[in-house]
Design a protein around this ligand. Structure first.
Ligand code: CA2
Length: 143
């Protein structure tokens, strides 16, 4: 069975508590359950992480590079700011897909670019929690 890692960045543990007009009303645990269901249909072994700490996210990217066949990442705010997270993604050989729940291009200008986007195969943005499911489907086809 192929191993897929999903990594979620800072503040995504707050999903479902406020700004539902931007991020929907599902919690991250709801999204994790949806992803686990989809992974099992696709016969993928899934690990699902969230952290507010940049270094922890980087360590999980490095670990995925060694132990997994595919990586899906919602870098959240660090996508817009972290050269270090981009460097970690550039250093791994497995395919990575970036997901954003909201459509970052419809929002403030500072959200229109991500450093991490330069290091991934592609970006899915604006589909809410469905974006994670689409990323899993894309990953299943890629690997
Ligand atoms: O749309 C996305 O998935 C984002 O990655 C979410 C990040 C934002 O900085 C990116 O520009 C786009 C923010 C995650 C914070 O989510 C919260 C949700 C509810 C309450 C508080 C924070």
């Amino acid at each position: 069975m192929k191993n897929i890692v999903i990594i979620n960045g800072p503040n995504l543990n707050m999903l479902g508590t406020r700004e539902p007009e931007i991020y929907g009303s599902e919690t991250l645990t709801d999204i994790q359950k949806l992803c686990e269901k989809k992974a099992s249909v696709l016969s993928l072994n899934l690990k699902f992480h969230q952290s507010n700490l940049e270094g922890e996210l980087i360590s999980w990217v490095q670990e995925a590079g060694k132990n997994a066949q595919g990586l899906i990442i919602n870098p959240a705010g660090f996508g817009h700011s972290s050269v270090a997270l981009m460097d970690a993604l550039l250093a791994i050989k497995i395919p990575a897909i970036e997901v954003h729940i909201s459509n970052i291009y419809k929002r403030e200008e500072f959200r229109h670019q991500t450093y991490t986007g330069r290091a991934v195969k592609g970006i899915i943005t604006g589909f809410g929690s469905l974006g994670y499911i689409l990323a899993l489907e894309a990953m299943a086809s890629l690997i």
